[in-house]
Every structure is written in structure tokens, then in C-alpha cells.
Ligand binder design. Structure first.
Ligand code: FDA
Length: 284
């Protein structure tokens, strides 16, 4: 999917109700949860994203910059019955390959700088690829990095509160350190409400030496449960949904090849699962 191909003709104004940092101050990552009143113009459902039209640079002919953000909770209604949504945004910077200089990401900084009462232009909604499995006793392996946790937060709530889902959910959330985990840190653990469910388990996957820039150690957490995971992957009612940063793809490929015993076997299993919509990725 290319952003330019999305239909942005449905545009509406949203008002920021609140903007709260949800990673501790000590974390290097500033992740904020924005609560937005979106007016009656938008009928949003779980498993969708909205487009944000951040102001562009007119001198370069850019009216706006379109970026997508996953809806991070079940949509609510205000007292007057209009929709209210939450999005979770990480303030991004990136290094220009050519100059080596650091730049602020356009839309994420625009959003993270908005405060209560500010207005934004949104577009959409657009779909996300994660679907409720047809089998009530399905096994779900959810793998998130960074703000990839946002769609899963809404999805898990939806499964437990609005459907008859009685299967198993394993959530693997990878981050450099516990401080960088949105919605799964000491100050705010939204998933704690499911810890008493026998069917739900959350695993934090960390970098062994975050200060040294070591990669997130998916291997030890996943391989430790490798036998059981491989058994699950051979069952037709197991779904693996992956959301967040693109870099996770290669890391997971290496780990799952080990879990499978060899790379070729893993390639085949993965292809079967992708074809059957049992391995689904939302990576950016
Ligand atoms: P700009 O486009 O100017 O620069 C992009 C740079 O930032 C690139 O180098 C990119 O690799 C990097 N980058 C993007 N996301 C990053 C991240 N999380 N961590 C580190 N680097 C990152 N974002 C979000 O914060 N919350 C969300 O819920 C979602 N949901 C979502 C759903 C879908 C379907 C897509 C395709 C994308 C998202 N995103 C997201 C990503 C979001 O659309 C946008 O790409 C980022 O906010 C960066 O946009 P800027 O305009 O700020 O950076």
C-alpha cells in the first residue's frame, strides 16, 4: 500500500481533548496518547487507522503530509454521542543518509506538540489487516515493537469484551528497555486487566544492553518457548500478527528459523501462513 494511493477526500476536523506522555520521563522515547473528539463525520471501528494531514511546506507545493495512526482503543462516545478516539504517537527523528544530520519527523512531531483544544485535520478511516479469527478457540501470537502495541491494545480489548473469544493470546512486546514500553510499563500497564485470564500472557522482550545499542533479544524469549510455538504454528487455528517497526522482520525470521530447526522449513511454514492470512504484518 502506498500512502499516495489512499483516498483522502473524506476529511474532518478533530479536537484534541488531551495529550499525555505514556512512557516515563526517563525513557528516551517520547510516546504520547492523544484523545481526539472527531465529530459525527467519522464512524470508526476497532482495527482501523486514521490519516493525519500535518501542515506541509507551501513553498515546496506540499499542502500537507499524510501519515497513518492506528486507533489505540475501542472507540468511545462523548456525552453528546459523537465519537472519541485515542491514538498513540511516538515522536520520531531520523538521520538523513546523505548529510548525516538529524531531522524531526514531520507528522509525529506535529502531533506530539498539539495540546488540549487544538484542532487537527484527519482523513479516513482506513483498515488495518488484523482480523478476529473465525475459530473461537484460536491461538493468537501478537508481536509488537514500539507503537505497534497500539492496534493490539484495541484488538485484545475487543476480543475479550465484545466477542466470544476463548482462545489463547500470547503477546510479545519488544523494546530496548522496560522504560520504552508504551502501555506496558510500571506507571501504566493497560494489559494488567487481562493477567488474571488464564488464556492471556504478555512477555517483555528487551535488549540485553540498551545503553550499548544492543538489538532486542527476541531469540531468548521466543526460543525458550520454541517447542510449544512450533507446535502452535502447525495448527490451522494459530494466527501470528506482527505490528510496529520494519526492522523486526529480519530479526523474527532468524529466530523462527531456529525454532523450526532450519531456514527452509521456516520459509515454507511462513509462506503457508501468509497465504492463509495466518501470518499478518503491519510494519512501518
Ligand atoms: P517522517 O515521515 O518525516 O520520517 C520518517 C522517519 O521516521 C523514517 O526514518 C522512519 O523509519 C522513522 N519512523 C517511523 N515510525 C517510527 C517509530 N515508531 N519509531 C522510530 N522511527 C520511526 N506511528 C505511530 O507513532 N503510532 C501508530 O499507531 C502508527 N500506526 C501506523 C499505522 C500504519 C498502517 C502505518 C503505515 C504507519 C503507522 N505509524 C504509526 C507510523 C506513522 O504513520 C509515521 O510514519 C510516523 O509517525 C513517522 O512520521 P513522521 O512524519 O513524524 O516522520
Amino acid at each position: 500500500m502506498r500512502l499516495q494511493e489512499l483516498d483522502t477526500s473524506n476529511r474532518f476536523t478533530a479536537t484534541v481533548v488531551s495529550s499525555q506522555r505514556i512512557t516515563p520521563e526517563a525513557s528516551q522515547d517520547e510516546v504520547r496518547e492523544l484523545v481526539l473528539d472527531v465529530g459525527a463525520a467519522l464512524d470508526l471501528d476497532v482495527g482501523q487507522s486514521v490519516g493525519v494531514l500535518a501542515p506541509g511546506q507551501k513553498e515546496f507545493g506540499q499542502d500537507h503530509h499524510l501519515r497513518l495512526y492506528s486507533v489505540a482503543d475501542l472507540p468511545e462516545k462523548t456525552d453528546t454521542g459523537t465519537p472519541r478516539i485515542k491514538i498513540c504517537v511516538k515522536r520520531c527523528t531520523y538521520i538523513d543518509d546523505y548529510s548525516g544530520e538529524r531531522y524531526d519527523g514531520v507528522a509525529s512531531n506535529y502531533l506530539c506538540d498539539r495540546r488540549a483544544g487544538d484542532e487537527l485535520t484527519l482523513t479516513g478511516p482506513f483498515g488495518l489487516p488484523f482480523e478476529v479469527p473465525p475459530e473461537q478457540d484460536a491461538s493468537l501470537i501478537l508481536i509488537a515493537t514500539s507503537t505497534g502495541i497500539a492496534p493490539f491494545r484495541a484488538f485484545v480489548r475487543h476480543l475479550y469484551e465484545r466477542t466470544d473469544f476463548a482462545g489463547r493470546i500470547w503477546l510479545f512486546y519488544g523494546a530496548r528497555s522496560g522504560l520504552d514500553m508504551a502501555y506496558l510499563n510500571e506507571e501504566r500497564d493497560d494489559f494488567a486487566q487481562y493477567y488474571d485470564k488464564e488464556t492471556f500472557e504478555a512477555f517483555k522482550v528487551l535488549s540485553p544492553r540498551p545503553a550499548w545499542g544492543d538489538d532486542i533479544d527476541w531469540g531468548s524469549t521466543i526460543e525458550e518457548r520454541g517447542e510449544e510455538i512450533w507446535k502452535l504454528l502447525s495448527e490451522a487455528k494459530t494466527y501470528v500478527y506482527v505490528a510496529g517497526l520494519e526492522q523486526v522482520r529480519d530479526a523474527l525470521d532468524g529466530v523462527f528459523a531456529k525454532v523450526a530447526g532450519n531456514g527452509e522449513l521456516w520459509e515454507r511454514r511462513r509462506a503457508e501462513m501468509v497465504a492463509g492470512k495466518r501470518w499478518v504484518e503491519l510494519l512501518y
